[in-house]
Design a protein around this ligand. Structure first.
Ligand code: CAA
Ligand code: NAD
Length: 284
């Protein structure tokens, strides 16, 4: 399958990164969100990242210009009508994602592949709301997308071999490392990672150590690039909670119960780096 045109839905931290790597790989990419200013701000952020890469000598001015020329702002899902693939990266909520997939199914051409960057939700269930479940697949990028090599590829029960092959090929074209994972809540990445993050939040909740000390233990004791509480802020505490809820419900096992402190932070709107406050405070 020759992928020439794509749409990424959700101009948040993940959607922005995914759109950037698609555009850099020569794919004309619609960057879609619900409001024009969200899309504009994300394209401005990508421009800054590309400027830094040019200053560091990692990219040329020509490569930067080519990437930006491939990014097309969009606030209408109708723009997906001529796309070869759509990658959804909106809020981690089944009802909201399902609604978008239902619309895409009617808008997109029959050959178009519909992928979700969901962190934990069942691909089989998302696929079932469309009339093309064989062309629906999970393409789980890691944050920050331009830096992290891994993409978990999740096949729903109905995903065809052709769809899987096309998405694996695209992943390699983006210079990423694909790993096939079964459609279980949280896949491999979050089934392992979020338990650690949730346990770190319990340590804080129980007063075992301070935010900084919990992170120091994991950073300097286990050589993690950042501590689990900093990483939770970086992912977004709303996303961390949503993933824990999906796994708690999906496995019915109390080891996935979200820490009450995590719920409280989300209720307070302390969602992490993207809003300037989570376990840490961020100025920029
Ligand atoms: N977008 C693009 N590039 C970014 C970036 C961003 N948001 N943040 C950092 N970078 C780049 C920097 O520009 C820098 O590039 P150069 O090497 O060219 O200079 C590079 O990353 C390293 O950045 P820094 O020197 O500023 O900081 P660092 O050495 O601490 O690295 C990090 C930053 C790569 C984020 C590192 O801390 C790290 O690997 N953290 C863990 C990330 C992780 O675990 N990601 C997975 C999260 S879970 C997930 O994604 C799945 C899910 O469903 C929730
Ligand atoms: P985010 O909050 O940064 O961005 C979400 C964006 O989606 C927002 O800009 C919002 O306006 C937009 N949006 C919401 N509903 C929309 C709709 N109907 N149409 C178009 N845009 C809509 O979230 P994020 O961290 O980028 O996460 C997005 C998805 O990626 C989630 O499913 C999340 O689980 C997954 N994910 C997140 C991470 C992470 O580290 N944050 C890593 C891998 C996967």
């Amino acid at each position: 399958m020759d992928i020439k045109k794509a749409m990424v839905i959700g101009a948040g931290q993940m959607g922005g990164g995914i759109a950037q790597v698609l555009a850099a790989a020569g794919i004309e990419t619609y960057m879609n969100d619900v409001k024009q200013d969200i899309v504009d701000n994300r394209i401005a952020f990508i421009t800054k990242l590309l400027d830094k890469n040019v200053a560091k000598g990692k990219n040329t001015e020509e490569e930067k210009a080519a990437t930006l020329a491939n990014l097309i702002p969009s606030v209408s899902l109708e723009d997906a009508k001529d796309c070869d693939i759509v990658i959804e990266a909106i809020v981690e909520n089944m009802d909201i994602k399902s609604n978008v997939f239902k619309q895409l199914d009617t808008i997109c051409k029959p050959s178009c592949v519909l992928a979700s960057n969901t962190s934990s939700l069942p691909i089989t269930e998302i696929a079932a709301v469309t009339n093309r479940p064989d062309q629906v697949i999970g393409m789980h990028f890691m944050n920050p997308v331009p830096v992290m090599k891994l993409v978990e590829i999740i096949r729903g029960l109905q995903t065809s071999d052709e769809t899987y092959a096309a998405v694996k090929e695209l992943t390699l074209r983006l210079n990423k490392l694909p790993v096939e994972v079964k459609d279980v809540p949280g896949f491999v990445s979050n089934r392992v990672l979020q338990i650690m993050i949730n346990e770190a939040i319990y340590c804080l909740y129980e007063g075992v150590a301070s935010v900084e000390d919990i992170d120091t233990v994991m950073k300097f004791g286990m050589n993690h690039p950042m501590g689990p509480l900093k990483l939770a802020d970086f992912i977004g505490l709303d996303t961390v909670l949503a993933i824990m809820e999906v796994m708690y419900e999906g496995y019915g096992d109390c080891k996935y119960r979200p820490c009450p402190l995590l719920r409280q932070y989300v209720k307070a709107g302390w969602l992490g780096k993207k809003v300037g406050k989570g376990f840490y405070t961020y100025d920029d």
